[in-house]
Design a protein around this ligand. Structure first.
Ligand SMILES: Cc1cc2nc3c(=O)[nH]c(=O)nc-3n(C[C@H](O)[C@H](O)[C@H](O)COP(=O)(O)OP(=O)(O)OC[C@H]3O[C@@H](n4cnc5c(N)ncnc54)[C@H](O)[C@@H]3O)c2cc1C
Length: 305
């Protein structure tokens, strides 16, 4: 992460990155999810911002929150029901990137996945930094072996290992394809963005051919178009085998409306927080990735006046 972004005070990070967060309660996030569906025909995946866990109490609260999110999602009719996205690091005070053993994380994810299955709610396991890749994919395989086939994966095209990982995914599982937001060293990953995006097209084609449901997650209109207009037709799959995903808060209204007019499923990743301190890591990453946000938010503030 850019050292400058790391030292911006938390209150400023919160201010500049707030358009990316749906609110500070589950109720507010559900309102956003329903509004997106009602007014723009968009589906959602709900994510509780909960990183950098310091106490067992926080880890337990995150698990409880996700169990409540299952109930809230299940209360929405199936056609408009949000999926849930979760991060393995949210349930442990011993994160792998700091040499820990992720104690408690796998058990918590299983508890959420089992309850979600009972209630007809789909779940995706976000992919975190390279320290988590083996753990995450292994957990996913164990879940599918237990019949928890409603749990989907995320693959990051920047990682060189992804070509191999793609071959070892559970048969037919849902896969969100992203370039990856974590900066990884050149020994294990691409550092050139256009190359990561070209890989998205190549891997999307491979995944569709292997019978996976593909969630193409990018804000780059030109690559989304190439996916929809070139890759999908080449594989001959129908519109029920893929969707396009973007982050809540990134201004893509017209483009998404255009996709919806073509009958393409589009879903927004909708993060919410229960405490702003928990959201700060996520927000710093967004700022690091897209510093121009500072100017956009400032401009909007003056325009509103
Ligand atoms: C639904 C979803 C889920 C994701 N899940 C994961 C995950 O589990 N693990 C992971 O590592 N990464 C995840 N990511 C992040 C992803 O890896 C990329 O970092 C992110 O999508 C940016 O890449 P891009 O393809 O949109 O291309 P970019 O080149 O970054 O973006 C294309 C264009 O979109 C606009 N844009 C992009 N970001 C912003 C912004 N923040 N504000 C305003 N405009 C912006 C800009 O105009 C930019 O030129 C996810 C992304 C999405 C959309």
């Amino acid at each position: 992460m850019n050292p400058l972004i790391r030292v911006i005070p938390a209150f400023l990070v919160r201010f500049f990155a707030s358009p990316y967060v749906a609110g500070d309660s589950l109720g507010k996030a559900i309102e956003v999810v329903q509004k997106l569906q009602r007014e723009r025909g968009l589906l959602a995946t709900l994510d509780l911002l909960a990183e950098d866990i310091r106490t067992d109490e926080q880890a337990r609260q995150n698990l409880d929150a996700y169990l409540q999110m299952v109930d809230a999602a299940a209360a929405i009719p199936a056609a408009a029901r949000p999926t849930l996205s979760l991060k393995p690091s949210s349930y442990t005070t011993k994160p792998l990137q700091h040499g820990g053993d992720a104690a408690g994380s796998r058990e918590a994810m299983f508890a959420i996945a089992r309850k979600a299955k009972q209630h007809g709610v789909a779940v995706s396991i976000d992919m975190e930094s390279r320290h988590w890749t083996d753990f995450t994919l292994e957990t996913l395989r164990q879940m599918h072996a237990e019949g928890l086939t409603h749990v989907g994966a995320v693959l990051q095209t920047r990682m060189n290992r992804t070509e191999r990982d793609l071959e070892s995914l559970p048969k037919g599982c849902r896969v969100r394809l992203v370039i990856g937001i974590y900066r990884e060293p050149a020994e294990v990953a691409l550092t050139d963005k256009p190359a990561m995006k070209e890989r998205m097209l190549v891997y999307a084609e491979r995944l569709l051919q292997r019978g996976h449901y593909v969630e193409f997650a990018s804000h780059d209109d030109s690559y989304v178009r190439r996916f929809v207009e070139q890759v999908v037709p080449k594989t001959g799959v129908g519109r029920d085998r893929f969707e396009v995903q973007m982050l809540y808060g990134v201004p893509r209204e017209r483009f998404l409306a255009d996709l919806r007019r073509q009958g393409i499923v589009a879903r927004l990743y909708v993060p919410f927080a229960l405490g702003w301190d928990m959201a700060i890591q996520y927000l710093r990453r967004r700022l690091d990735e897209y510093p121009a946000m500072v100017w956009l938010v400032t401009k909007n503030m003056f325009l509103r006046r």
